[in-house]
Design a protein around this ligand. Sequence first.
Ligand SMILES: Cc1ncc(COP(=O)(O)O)c(C=O)c1O
Length: 442
Amino acid sequence: MPNHTPNNTALLSRSLAAVWHPCSQMKHYESFPLVPIARGSGVWLYDCDVKRYLDAVSSWWVNLFGHCNPRINAALRDQLETLEHVMLAGFTHEPVVLLSERLRELAPAGLGHCFYGSDGASATEIALKMSAHYWRNSGRPDKTQFISLQNSYHGETLGALSVTDVALFRDAYGALIRQQAIVPSPDSRKASAGESAEAYALRCADALETHLQRHHAELAAFIVEPLVQGAAGMAMYHPVYLKRARELCSQYGVHLIADEIAVGMGRTGTLFACEQAGITPDFLLLSKGITGGYLPLSIVMTTDEIYQAFYADQTARGFLHSHSYTGNPLACRAALATLDIFQQDNVLAANRNKATYLNQVAQPLREHPAVRDWRNTGMIWAFEVVTPHADFAQRCFALALQSELLLRPIGNTVYFMPPYVINEAEMDLLVSRTLDIVEALA
Ligand SMILES: Cc1ncc(COP(=O)(O)O)c(C=O)c1O
């Protein structure tokens, strides 16, 4: 790299001049400056001068085993010397074969075919297209509609936005998006007084059934974020909803797409969130943590039944979808190294102990009078803050940076989704400094 060690100020002004940052109103960076990052190690990100930040959001929910993890680095170095990339149409390579074989062993039974994309939104596009194309190939060309949950998030390309229920991301593009139906979210915070999370989830499943009864003839698939709706503000719900959704989708002949882009790879306590409901979806979407947070890769896993509907002599019956970097060997190798760490370090068991520890040390935070709806699933924690500040999210973000934390609240929801390598001292620091921030903003 030419300018090797820039200072913070120089990097910021060059970035603002040359880089159009994502998910941003660029003008806001006049009052809330960008955060320059020079390097990372473990849960820590370091700027170009002297500051460090504990990455409590795993850099948009991707990082699992820390920044610059030595084992993933070593695997990538080795792969770099072997094969950096080859197109996957008409060619194959060992990392993509090994990864597909290993995922087939690990995923809920029956998901034996892996189709590759690049980022999360491309996996959503692939699943939507594959589902509708399956029905077309099966003599049901009218099944072209989709349903998703209220407050769902499945990515921001046009197809993915059509099943994303976040007004801020959708409204400007309304004219470009095909309107799809939304069914009630089983978000357990919405249960009536005295109603259990399970009872509320079943009530929402009844609403899903009513919709399926009326519309199944034109429905291709129901897409859902299993157990935790991330962008909705870490809305958590009872697994019985997924179990019931699986039964209903099978009964009414509608595919179930499990978008595990954010919740897969151990985030909810099991390797895949669907395991907690004991179900196999028709499509399982993976991205984000699949490469340990190193490289863009997404995977759509599906069943033999769906695969066979495309297997024919005619080219047009095939799934003619592609991205240049589909199944990139470096990304697949990072994913293989990530799976090795899960296996060698018994990560899911270690995470259970970490979650127990964090819940214990978080007691004073949970009990703070401004904290509402404390919730935890696996390695995700969230709560709402009662505050007089309309711009709570920005203030909290800024105060957190001053306290060496990278927190990125969604509205009034503060959440922790740290890399799994976080240790007890780091959890203590995360919780105690968050408590100070809540105190300051309550
Ligand atoms: C559940 C879910 N689906 C899809 C996506 C889109 O992934 P990407 O940002 O890689 O396109 C996200 C991203 O946050 C997500 O949380």
